[in-house]
Design a protein around this ligand. Structure first.
Ligand code: SAM
Ligand code: SF4
Length: 329
């Protein structure tokens, strides 16, 4: 699939639920209202759409959420999709998770061909972890990461850099990741969803975060690519990598290869824009694969050139109305 700007779209992220067992303060409001269950696609509907995307050239699929591992029977989706890894029509099946339930599923995920997992962890301090996630206990998350590593998966830690919250422990976090054999990716917080507090209090540019890291570690820019928006550096002393996802500081849209399917079957063409196409209606009206294919290809022709997140508008509240947990981070 090729968009109007000549970019090949071969990466699909699927949010399998908007629900979560945490309420991270930058992601959700404390009193989140979740979607009624009937709004959500069934796992069979999700799998059917994924198969059409794969037939149209998607080579990489990431399962996300909300928290994907809280969705009941989620492993049936992984088992279904793993068939496409086996027949070679899919290169990679991955997962983004908060890690709380990862220990339970790590071995089965590895059996399904999941080779890499991203686990979100913004702090190593148990009390801060609990405060940030509002509901979380750090111990099972660390155990989940270790279980994933033991099962042979590569673990990448995702950390949202938050001024006044975790900026003082970024060095420790990178050192810890190095010791554990994990890579680390730092993310700038993005203006998604109305979270009931001003975001710019804690917004931190990643060039500041990088400067903090460089006081302790030698970062050597790397050409490493995962097909995502991250720019990587090798950490000489630790032997791992640190990535930077900087939607404000740098525009990463020129090489965007992805689209996002929400848990309600809406296809978003850009994380930071509202251009979207509903795939649930044709699915539920008994549309054939051919009709779904046409709807998807038509959507791709509407993929915008890029997002327009704007630092100066952070204080006005959220720019993009939907939550990251709905679209899938
Ligand atoms: N629950 C899973 C998790 O936390 O990894 C998957 C979904 S979560 C929405 C995916 C990623 O988005 C996480 O790494 C999270 O830190 C990040 N995220 C959530 N809200 C964000 C925001 N407003 N700005 C930047 N990153 C955000
Ligand atoms: Fe849940 Fe992930 Fe959002 Fe945290 S970042 S509230 S774990 S969906």
């Amino acid at each position: 699939m090729r968009d109007p700007f000549g970019r090949t779209v071969d990466y699909l992220r699927v949010s399998v639920t908007d629900r979560c067992n945490y309420r991270c303060s930058y992601c959700m409001a404390e009193d989140m209202t979740f979607l009624p269950r009937r709004e959500l696609l069934s796992l069979e509907e999700m799998q059917r759409l994924c198969m059409v995307f794969i037939d149209e050239g998607v080579r990489k699929l990431r399962i996300t959420g909300g928290e994907p591992l809280v969705r009941r029977d989620i492993m049936t989706l992984f088992h279904g999709l793993s068939r496409r890894l086996v027949d070679g029509s899919l290169d990679e099946l991955t997962l983004t998770t908060n890690g709380a339930l990862l220990k339970r599923y790590a071995a089965e995920l590895a059996d399904c061909g999941v080779r890499r997992v991203n686990v979100s962890l913004d702090t190593l301090d148990p009390e801060r972890f609990q405060a940030l996630t509002r509901l979380g206990d750090i111990a099972p998350v660390l155990e989940g990461m270790a279980a994933a590593r033991s099962a042979g998966m590569q673990v990448k830690v995702n950390t949202v850099a938050l001024k006044g919250i975790n900026d003082g422990e970024l060095n420790r976090l990178l050192g810890w990741c190095g010791d554990q054999g994990y890579d680390l990716t730092l993310i700038e917080s993005m203006p998604m969803g109305e979270i009931g507090q001003l975001r710019d209090d804690h917004f931190m540019r990643l060039d500041q975060a990088r400067a903090i890291l460089e006081e302790h570690w030698t970062l050597e820019d790397s050409n490493h690519q995962t097909g995502g928006p991250s720019r990587y550096a090798d950490v000489r002393e630790l032997g791992n990598r640190v990535g930077f996802i900087t939607p404000y500081s740098h525009n990463f849209c020129e090489s965007c290869n992805r689209v996002r399917l929400t848990c309600t079957g809406t296809l978003y063409l850009c994380l930071g824009q509202d251009d979207a196409v509903d795939l649930r209606a044709p699915l539920r009206e008994g549309g054939s694969d051919e009709m779904l294919r046409t709807a998807i290809l038509d959507a791709i022709t509407r993929k915008p050139k890029g997002h327009d997140f704007d630092e100066t508008r952070l204080a006005d509240g959220a720019q993009v109305i939907r939550f990251m947990s709905h679209t899938g981070g």
